[in-house]
Design a protein around this ligand. Sequence first.
Ligand SMILES: NC(=O)c1ccc[n+]([C@@H]2O[C@H](COP(=O)([O-])OP(=O)(O)OC[C@H]3O[C@@H](n4cnc5c(N)ncnc54)[C@H](O)[C@@H]3O)[C@@H](O)[C@H]2O)c1
Length: 305
Amino acid sequence: MPSIDLTGKAAVVTGSGRGLGLAYAHALAAHGASVVINDVDEAVAEQAVKSITAAGGTAVAEVVPVGTTEAADRLVGRAVEEFGRLDILVTNAGILRDKVLWKMTDEDFDAVVTTHLKGTFTCARAAAVRMREQGEGGTLILVGSPAGQRGNFGQTNYAAAKAGIAAMARTWSMELGRAGITVNAIVPVAATAMTETIPAFAPYIEAMKNGEPLPAFLRKGEGFGTPEDCAALVPFLASEAARSITGQAIGIGGDKVALWSHPQEISAAYADGGWTPETLADAFPTSVGAELQTVGIPAPKFPEA
Ligand SMILES: NC(=O)c1ccc[n+]([C@@H]2O[C@H](COP(=O)([O-])OP(=O)(O)OC[C@H]3O[C@@H](n4cnc5c(N)ncnc54)[C@H](O)[C@@H]3O)[C@@H](O)[C@H]2O)c1
């Protein structure tokens, strides 16, 4: 079994006061990395630092809302100030403002896109500048979502931001490859404040909070578990064992880890000299349109009662 040792490495995890980010920060610290905790909520950020320190790790808190260049500079600056360097960035901070398209306001759209998409862009850019200066490579772990991969009812803003994040991971893996910086999008699924309101999962999350294990159909079938279940992927991707893994979207949750495909052409047809609307109408249904793609996150498959 390869050992995962991040001793001497410094990490920034955005939105790490609670939920998945907190689990990622704990996992990085448990494997030797020093961590800058970030959140908008000062109380949870301070509590996160305390819990990591109590477990024998090293962490400091930087309370700032990610989304701006100033916030990104503060986070990278804090890692350099405290730990002398930056090796790992996890862009995890996020919010939801769900509404169907015709009810979504500009504010709903901007808030989600600013936190997720612009927050990821600004933090990754600041980290890339620092890592390129250091000249020793690095790890960018961006956070996608099944909603970004597939689309999801009521999540115009969120699906757009998360699809954009997966696209940025692919782009940056090319741009930063020569500098030895890997860039991957992870696609987690876990019980957190963000998901406990999903009605189908609510009773199981409630039971889990009372100490009952999640059933196998959730842990395996749905790849749904605790934030800690998702956290193993982060130290792995930051380690020597994962230096050749870049530009990927990797799903994690419950007992499952999965590789997502990237969009690619799956069928093609040709007309000499190009297509007209009429020849498309004639040929499309029986050629490239014969098997149209499905959209959306598949509904959970509950066991027969
Ligand atoms: N829970 C899931 O199943 C799931 C699935 C797919 C993707 N994700 C993604 O994982 C990430 C974490 O989700 P979670 O479920 O742990 O959510 P959460 O709500 O439990 O935690 C998110 C944390 O981010 C903080 N935050 C919000 N806006 C911020 C900002 N501008 N700057 C800094 N911190 C900010 C919040 O205060 C909170 O502590 C998000 O990017 C989310 O979209 C979660």
